[in-house]
Design a protein around this ligand. Structure first.
Ligand code: AMP
Ligand code: GLY
Length: 434
């Protein structure tokens, strides 16, 4: 049976993933009145807090099983949240079975899954980025370092759950990082290493929704990667975010679209890749202009949690149109003009060895200007919310100024508690008055 894609209505969505990102996407999609049901596979302890949202937990989470479930449930749109299933080709397998998917195939996911591949794409398309060298040999990497005679940023080529990058202060540290990668710390992700010139400047993330041909640019966001206040401590997946990032104004965003996003899409098309999904660009604004630090093939977490409350109700229709390769048929995506603030509450021991199994007390409910998005939570047999991961939840608030949004988020965070709860007190310091 061939589906008539153009007249198919969007009623049932399946979101793949279990984090705060997927929880916030589910919340944003649920605002669309015509949607009947949103399944999150596997979801988390907060999935069912939102109208129309339920967890889907098949016995196995392999592609074949999830595809069968999509067919059984009559899913009209699949949204794949995390990078690992994208890099493994889940979107390709789903499309082969006739499903409509928002998320790139294995080819496009290389933007994130191979730093060497994405660096080459940047160079081929004149996209500004830090100078780099790549090699599959430890000896050659050490030789490059010796020749350069300066500390270099050392990166494992493949996916390493955000842990594969070491920004080194000394040559000795760079040496150690190279040895670590080749000792197998990151498995096959470390078969190759990228050595990169260290660049400096504030960081900002930009996002575009793509249908393979065209793109829609979203408001920029700023993440806070370090664990502790003052940008100290180890790197994490992200301890908070805010949007829109004021470092970039509308004109800058238009310039960055020309400088980075359009050439990226063009470069992908030259490689015959129909890229459907999010292009996430991590940028550093250096004294010699913006440079791309990294590409990701999905929404950032927690940037997504800050962004989702800014999306108009059309968001679901826009993702559906992208997934069908017809962005021009989507209603115009509108953005709430407020400021959005997101703070992550993490477990004791995060990011190294987060404590799990603690009861979470939440005395605040999500609404249109305040959201509690769950990430590392589950529900026990007594209906208690229990911590099950490092980043437990994000609290997100919107206001007419960043001061108002952050005050609102922080004051409500006091109504949430669990043993060992940790959060940064200075998220958004770039845009708040202290
Ligand atoms: P990535 O996992 O590629 O996002 O890198 C993690 C973090 O490392 C980035 O957010 C930057 O803060 C830092 N970083 C990555 N590449 C560079 C570079 N070439 N120069 C300075 N800092 C970098
Ligand atoms: N917050 C950074 C990321 O999602 O990669």
């Amino acid at each position: 049976m061939t589906k008539n894609q153009n007249t198919e209505e969007l009623k049932r969505i399946l979101i793949v993933g279990s984090g705060g990102r997927e929880n916030s996407i589910a919340w944003a999609l649920s605002k669309n009145q015509s949607i009947e049901q949103i399944y999150v596979c596997p979801g988390n302890g907060g999935t069912t807090n939102f109208e129309k949202c339920i967890c889907l937990k098949p016995k196995h989470e392999d592609a074949k099983t999830i595809i069968k479930e999509c067919q059984r449930l009559g899913i009209n749109l699949v949204v794949i949240g995390p990078e690992v299933p994208l890099a493994e080709g889940l979107a390709d397998k789903m499309r082969e079975e006739g499903l409509t998917v928002f998320g790139p195939g294995k080819d496009g996911a290389q933007l994130e899954a191979s730093k060497e591949w994405s660096k080459a794409l940047m160079i081929e398309n004149n996209i500004p980025t830090a100078k780099y060298w790549s090699t599959g040999s430890k000896e050659e990497a050490l030789e490059i370092l010796k020749r350069f005679n300066q500390p270099l940023v050392i990166k494992a080529d493949g996916l390493a759950a955000g842990k594969g990058v070491t920004v080194c202060e000394t040559i000795e540290q760079s040496k150690e990082a190279i040895k670590e990668i080749f000792s197998g710390k990151f498995g096959s992700a470390g078969n190759k290493v990228i050595l990169e010139e260290k660049i400096e400047g504030p960081e900002v993330s930009i996002f575009a929704l793509c249908d393979g041909e065209k793109l829609i640019v979203l408001p920029p966001a700023q993440d806070h990667k370090r664990l502790l206040d003052g940008d100290n401590g180890p790197n994490t997946g992200g301890m908070g975010a805010y949007a829109p990032a004021l470092l970039i104004n509308e004109k800058d965003l238009a310039d960055l679209t020309e400088l980075v996003l359009n050439p990226t899409l063009k470069g992908l098309k030259k490689k015959k890749i129909k890229y459907i999904g999010v292009i996430y660009v991590g940028l550093m604004l250096t004294s010699s202009g913006p440079k791309v630090i990294e590409f990701n093939c999905r929404f950032g977490d927690p940037e997504c949690q800050a962004l989702m409350p800014l999306m108009g109700e059309e968001f679901a229709s826009v993702l559906f149109a992208c997934a069908r390769g017809e962005i021009e048929k989507a209603p115009k995506l509108t953005f709430n003009s407020e400021c959005s603030a997101c703070i992550v509450a993490a477990s004791k021991g995060y990011p190294e060895s987060p404590q799990k199994g603690n009861k979470v007390n939440i005395k605040v409910e999500s609404n249109l200007s305040l959201q509690v998005f769950h990430a590392g939570t589950t529900i026990d047999e007594f209906d208690n919310i229990i911590t099950s991961g490092g980043r437990v939840l994000s609290i997100v608030a919107q206001g007419e100024s960043f001061d108002k949004a952050f005050d609102f988020a922080y004051s409500n965070l006091k109504r949430i508690s669990f043993e060992g709860m940790h959060y940064r007190k200075d998220i958004g310091y770039q845009v708040r008055k202290f």
